[in-house]
Design a binder for this molecule. Structure first.
Ligand code: BG6
Length: 480
């Protein structure tokens, strides 16, 4: 195949989060975030304060090496770079009246560097980084007060960077709060003690905050494009039994409610039924109803895997997954961390989302977390990561198919183009990058950067707009 499979202007790039790359957790006036107290990862309980075993405190030192790192991304031809602003760099406690200038200046410098290389920024305002003080004093998003604090923070960012940053995301994987209330919603109360009513009230606060800052952004600059961001998880019935199909429908509802509200401006009927039947009574003000009407410009999502669902309560949901567990699919293989690999699921989800919302889509995370071996080839240190190339090749092949299906897609950013600390396990050995970072799970390493084999491959994908992607049907052609 020698012809381009992706349109001109397609936004190719990679995605990161502040807490997983920056390090410098206490520099430049930054306050603590909830990530500074979860040394084992966001799926685990918090500890009292920062501990030396928390790899995120130093990350991969992007805070000091951003210029060198962005130059490497530019060398691959990146058109877009997704990163998050650490809320606690801008408002160290979260509830102050005035922002921290040193924190704002850091992101000015990052943006200068991106501009120098002609790379478009895509900023996530909140990527699992609620200021710790907000978690401890207000119980995070359980409190309505957070809407105002978030609005002040978002407004500060839009006013400061709005003339040079067009694309924004409000909350990373907002639907994850159902599964990790502390990591995603900064809710300090342990999940087991959190009444379901309060969990949905917290979700409501986040949805209102997201819609309100969408309005604020458009008021400041109507050109700004604001997206929501969700975990996408295609769910298949385990068998053709209609009970399984209904179970899939319900699981979909739980996941998709968030973007249904974001795109339609109100709660869908199935959500109202769920609230009614589960005794959930939300405090929804008239202002909330008005705020929610401000819908997003586009829908973005992460995609790593699919799951199965069954109507039979005896069938166990024991397959590991991105934040959520599910029933394993006997037809799929899994990564070293048990995440089931399903490129066709990405095509399915692209079509499902496009058909459902008719809003432009943006794939803002996809990739393979794998253990890499640094080797020397012709005197140069590298990683022969054919497995990563094969994974990305097949997923991009299916993205190209979805574009053929008529899906409107703004771009594609792989997760962790430079190795970073894993969100779920806080390991560095779970690597996604095209660029290897010499840092190990015990914290040792020089932090030197090395190009992997996939570095040149992805550069070629971008340069040829996917002409080098081998169709999945001809998979045997991809070296493995
Ligand atoms: C998503 C998150 O859940 O998946 C990222 O938005 C995360 O922060 C990514 O890093 C991959 O997950 P993990 O657990 O392998 O780091």
């Amino acid at each position: 195949m020698t012809t381009a499979r992706f349109p001109e202007g397609f936004l190719w790039g990679g995605a990161t989060a502040a807490n997983q790359i920056e390090g410098a957790y206490a520099d430049g006036g930054k306050g603590l975030s909830i990530q500074d107290v979860t040394p084992q990862g966001i799926m685990f309980d918090r500890v009292a304060g920062p501990t030396a075993d928390n790899l995120k405190l130093e990350g991969v030192d992007f805070y000091h090496r951003y210029a060198e790192d962005i130059a490497l991304l530019a060398e691959m031809g990146f058109k877009v770079f997704r990163f998050s602003i650490a809320w606690s760099r801008i408002f160290p406690l979260g509830d102050e009246a005035e922002p921290n200038e040193e924190g704002l200046a850091f992101y000015d410098r990052v943006l200068d560097e991106l501009e120098k290389h002609g790379i478009e920024p895509l900023i996530t305002l909140s990527h699992y980084e609620t200021p710790l003080h907000l978690a401890e004093k207000y119980d995070g998003w359980r409190s309505r007060d957070l809407i105002g604090f978030f609005e002040r923070y978002a407004r500060t960012c839009f006013e400061r960077y709005g003339d040079r940053v067009k694309y924004w995301l409000t909350f990373n994987e907002i639907n994850s709060v159902l599964h990790i209330p502390f990591g995603s919603g900064g809710i300090n109360t342990p999940k087991s003690e959190l009444p379901v009513n309060d969990l949905y009230q917290a979700i409501h606060h986040e949805l209102v905050a997201s819609a309100r800052v969408t309005r604020v952004a458009h008021e400041i600059n109507p050109e700004l494009q604001i997206g929501c961001m969700v975990i996408s998880m295609p769910i298949y019935p385990l068998t053709p039994n209609p009970d399984d199909a209904v179970a899939v429908m319900k699981a979909d509802h739980a996941n998709l409610m968030f973007s249904d509200v974001h795109t339609r401006g109100e709660y869908p009927g199935y959500a109202k039924r769920f609230f009614r039947e589960n005794g959930i009574e939300l405090d929804i003000t008239e202002q909330d109803v008005e705020d929610l009407k401000h819908t997003v410009d586009f829908v973005s999502f992460s995609y790593y895997m699919s799951m199965c669902e069954s109507g039979d309560p005896e069938v166990k949901a024991n397959a590991a997954g991105n934040i959520m567990m599910g029933i394993p699919n006997p037809h799929l293989e899994a990564s070293e961390w048990g995440w089931q690999i399903d490129p066709q699921g990405l095509r399915i989800v692209l079509n499902q989302f496009w058909d459902r919302w008719q809003k432009p889509l943006f794939i803002v995370e996809n990739g393979l977390g794998a253990k890499d071996q640094l080797v020397e080839v012709d005197g140069v240190k590298t990683v022969e990561d054919d497995y990563r190339i094969a994974y990305l090749n097949d997923h991009l092949d299916q993205v190209a198919e979805a574009i053929e299906d008529g899906v409107e897609l703004l771009g594609y950013t792989t997760w962790g183009p430079i190795d970073l600390v894993s969100a779920s396990t806080a390991q560095l050995s779970k690597r996604y990058g095209f660029i290897y970072v010499d840092r190990n799970d015990d914290g040792s390493g020089t932090l030197e950067r090395y190009k992997k084999k996939s570095f040149d491959w992805y550069a070629e994908v971008i340069r040829t707009r996917g002409a080098n992607i081998v169709p999945m049907g001809a998979k045997e052609l991809v070296s493995a």
